[in-house]
Design a protein around this ligand. Structure first.
Ligand code: RBF
Length: 283
């Protein structure tokens, strides 16, 4: 059975460091690296991989291609971290845009993004630079909720949020999440609130009542304060199910709640009133 695709590039030690710096800066997930007396390898993962062979007259300006969903943010990071860009953002003949970065001499990486179907809707972006977030996390079932928290922090960091713009608050259990979420939202110091908790049916009497109350309270706080709140409270049948939803990366609901929070802040800035746009990030 096929498990994954690895493309291997031979580099010098200096080039390896430069490429690793670039990929770290862009938020790539690290894979399993290795080191022996014969050499060193650094691995970088991506959610999707593909191996493509091309024939014909199409020109291929690079042999390492990374598809992204926000090319402009990649350009901004390259600029900020002073990586060399040898070809700036330009259109392809096949409905996409690309740029080429050269982190070390002769080592080029092409980043590309598919053109969206002509804007049929306004959507938020996933650039969290300058946004401030409050995360409310329940201690009950901390074995699970701490994983959700790690997922949220991971998502915020990858999207460019600074450490000092994230406040984590712990509360005893999920029941206390809504009131603390509202307390944070009312300070007006946060662009969005991320709520994390874990209710397990097997261990919680009146499970439905608590789950309903927590959900209602978080929704109400969002509506009444006007600050986007996202929902990362797991309501599970069993510990096993909770573990599945608190897995690493893609399967982590804390990660997803944080990504949704970033998107909602961006969306609110695009679709909100002129006054709320002018306000910009909370300080
Ligand atoms: N809090 C959770 O976040 N998840 C739970 O599964 C959970 N189960 C509970 C079961 C019982 C019987 C009780 C009394 C509380 C439970 N809590 C749970 C804690 C609850 O959210 C709250 O923190 C406490 O009830 C204190 O108000």
């Amino acid at each position: 059975m096929i498990k994954g695709i690895t493309t291997i590039r031979k580099t010098s030690a200096k080039e390896l460091q430069a490429v690793a710096d670039l990929f770290d800066a862009l938020g790539f997930e690290r894979g399993k690296g290795w080191k022996t007396e014969r050499g060193r390898g650094e691995a970088f993962m991506s959610p999707v991989g593909q191996l493509e062979f091309v024939e014909g007259r199409e020109e291929l300006p690079c042999d390492l291609w990374v598809e992204v969903n926000d090319l402009d943010s990649i350009r901004a990071i390259l600029n900020e971290k002073r990586f060399k860009v040898t070809k700036d953002i330009q259109p392809t003949k096949w409905g996409s845009r690309f740029l080429i970065a050269e982190p070390a001499k002769g080592v080029e990486v092409l980043f590309w993004q598919k053109d969206r179907a002509k804007a049929d809707a306004v959507e938020g972006d996933l650039n969290a630079a300058g946004m401030r977030f409050g995360i409310v996390v329940a201690r009950w079932n901390s074995f699970i909720t701490e994983r959700l928290l790690q997922g949220s922090l991971d998502a915020l960091r990858r999207c460019g949020c600074r450490e000092q713009d994230i406040t984590v608050v712990r509360v005893p259990g999920s029941f206390e999440v809504p009131s603390e979420a509202r307390t944070l939202a009312e300070t007006e110091n946060y662009d969005a609130i991320i709520t994390l908790g874990c209710l397990i049916r097997g261990e919680t009497t009146h499970y439905e009542h608590i789950a309903t109350e927590v959900t209602r309270g978080i929704g109400q706080s969002a509506q009444e304060t006007g600050v986007p709140h996202t929902y990362g409270v797991l309501t599970c049948e069993s510990l096993e199910q909770a573990l599945d939803r608190a897995g690493l990366k893609a399967g982590n609901k804390g990660f997803e709640a944080a990504m949704s929070a970033i998107e909602m802040v961006s969306l609110k800035r695009k679709t909100g009133s002129a006054a709320s746009k002018q306000k910009g990030p909370a300080r």
